[in-house]
Design a protein around this ligand. Structure first.
Ligand code: GTP
Ligand code: MG
Length: 196
């Protein structure tokens, strides 16, 4: 997939700032530093469209990216970032929950987990929160380049079992582009789009 047009459309902290074109969108959630912004760049074939950092807590707002003027990718702030105060993490909760619960054009949520680690307590809480609201999510195991090819299935199974999922997560790497085509297929399917 070669993306010609991708732009930052809106930086939002409240619903009035969300775009209102009605285009379908997909959102990427997960712990700080798991690779949400990097995944967006890799999917869109851009180096620095979404700002990334080796320090957790880089993305602090809800960022909407237009893709070929047909859909949005939504980059969300990460959770579980130790330096954030309690009041700030509560603000995170309110802002993200409000977005995830009420956004009508949101077609699918992708929950990102580092392939090397067992899901954290916060990952599990979020996963169960989606189950409670019967909101389907797709699990993506990021940084797959960090494990050897023959260990990949084992790592995916650890995540799958910890969350009680039937299907293993989709392995993805922003470095090698592992999983990029498979993820594009899922995104387009969920948005009801053929090729862009
Ligand atoms: P917050 O905005 O803080 O929530 O983080 P984020 O989830 O957006 O993470 P970000 O994309 O900024 O990436 C965090 C760090 O992980 C950066 O140093 C990236 O270079 C690195 N990283 C992201 N994806 C990959 C990957 O697939 N492989 C490897 N090796 N490193 C990655
Ligand atoms: Mg980010």
């Amino acid at each position: 997939m070669n993306i010609v047009k991708a732009e930052l459309a809106s930086v939002a902290v409240k619903p009035e700032q969300y775009p209102d074109t009605g285009w379908p969108e997909v959102a990427f959630v997960g712990k700080s530093n798991v690779g949400k912004s990097s995944l967006i760049n890799a999917m869109l074939g851009r180096k620095r469209l979404a700002r990334t950092s080796q320090h957790p807590g880089k993305t602090r707002t809800i960022n909407f990216y237009t893709v070929e003027d047909q859909l949005y990718f939504v980059d969300l702030p990460g959770y579980g970032y130790a330096k954030v105060s309690k009041s700030e993490s509560e603000k995170w909760g309110t802002m993200i929950e409000g977005y995830l619960r009420n956004r009508e054009t949101l077609k699918r949520v992708f929950l990102l987990l580092d392939i090397r680690h067992e899901p954290s307590a916060n990952d599990k809480l979020l996963y169960e929160w989606f189950a409670h609201y019967e909101q389907p999510v797709t699990l993506v195991a990021t940084k797959s380049d960090k494990v050897s090819r023959n260990q990949k299935a084992q790592y995916l199974a650890v995540i799958r079992k910890a969350l009680g999922e039937e299907m293993p997560p989709l392995a993805f790497s922003s470095e090698t582009r592992d999983g990029r085509d498979a993820l594009w297929t899922q995104i387009l399917d969920n948005c009801g789009l053929a090729m862009l």
